[in-house]
Ligand binder design. Structure first.
Ligand code: SF4
Length: 338
């Protein structure tokens, strides 16, 4: 197969966009690192992906692979030690990496909202959930009084919180974990956010509540045409919900594909190993991936997966694999495709 030129600039190839729905956010060749005690350490390498209206895009990978920091770069909620060293994040026709703090405040929450991993710590325990929701409506929509209250009730209904008028007067501790997560989703809905970033949104919840939250996200995606960026390590969740998948490993996207194609014909050895590690009902022993993902302090030449890869060749230890085209919208960074 033919090799593409330098690292992952898939967005510059018009044929990759053929038949694509409307893209509302484009992350292009994002590079980021951290100032550490022993110098600057690169954590993201040319990360590129896009979010389409009414679609759920999943960024998948093990903890520490860079998926959350990629998402936080969009919101510019980065730790002080983090530094974006290259790339663009195009939203509404402009590179939001150049936005001022004030401009970002208008985008954050109102246009691009975050559903965090832990709903327990995302609401202020001293105020009722309704007060917090009404504050969001006042800041981002300039709505107050009855109009704001009605909008809050509608949002609670959309996320299936029963007796919304009563529940708006409850304090966060009176809500279960699932209800808190729904209240946070309701805040994003109130502002008609175009993009929802759901960072492991169901990790802290039990399985039945997980399914309810994912159903709500799917409904929002379909009815309100919201673009959803799902950050997760849970491939089962991706298989059931996402439209497109990118797999990250050690700060790089190593495979991207439409979700159905990814699950039917995964290409990259790391993706295949992840899928083989999923529990099946065929009484098979669970497969594991030997070793650990590298930290940003470890220097690994060539393909960063090579110390764990069963198919490692000489070239893998010397050169970084570029993205190879597998199918029209399916790419994989592995020399086996050369
Ligand atoms: Fe394995 Fe080489 Fe492919 Fe990396 S490039 S995944 S080491 S075969």
């Amino acid at each position: 197969m033919k090799q593409l030129f330098p690292y992952y600039p898939i967005h510059i190839f018009p044929f990759c966009r053929y038949n694509k729905p409307m893209t509302i956010l484009d992350v292009k060749n994002l590079n980021l690192g951290f100032n550490c005690e022993n110098g600057f350490k690169q954590a993201l390498y040319n990360v590129s992906f896009s979010l389409d209206k009414g679609k759920m895009f999943a960024l998948v990978g093990e903890s520490g692979c860079g998926k959350t920091i990629s998402a936080m770069s969009i919101l510019q909620l980065l730790p002080k030690t983090a530094k974006i060293t290259g790339g663009e994040i195009i939203y509404d026709g402009k590179n939001i990496l150049n936005c001022t703090r004030k401009e970002m405040q208008k985008i954050r929450g109102a246009k691009i909202a975050l559903i965090p991993q832990d709903p327990m710590t995302s609401l202020n325990p001293l105020y009722t959930v309704g007060d917090q929701l009404l504050e969001v409506l006042k800041i981002h929509q300039n709505l107050e009084g009855k109009e704001a209250f009605n909008k809050a009730v509608d949002a609670f209904e959309m996320v299936q919180i029963p007796c919304p008028k009563i529940r708006l007067k409850s304090y966060p501790h009176e809500f279960s974990g699932g209800m808190k997560q729904r209240a946070i989703i309701a805040m994003a809905l109130c502002c008609n956010a175009e993009i929802l970033i759901a960072d492991e949104p169901t990790t802290a919840l039990d399985v039945t509540i997980q399914a309810q939250i994912m159903n709500i996200l799917k409904k929002i995606k379909e009815q309100m045409k919201t673009a959803i960026l799902l950050i997760t390590h849970d491939l089962a969740l991706v298989g059931e919900n996402a439209d497109e998948v990118s797999v990250m490993y050690a700060g790089r996207i190593i495979e991207n594909a439409p979700a159905n194609e990814f699950f039917q014909t995964p290409n990259h050895p790391y993706s295949i190993a992840l899928l083989n590690a999923l529990p099946s009902n065929k009484n098979k022993l669970l497969e594991t991936i030997q070793g650990h993902p590298p930290s940003i302090h470890q220097i690994i030449h060539g393909c960063k997966f090579h110390p764990r890869c069963n198919y490692c060749m000489d070239i893998c230890k010397q050169e970084v694999p570029q993205m190879f085209i597998i199918e029209q919208k399916h790419h994989s960074a592995c020399f086996l495709n050369k």
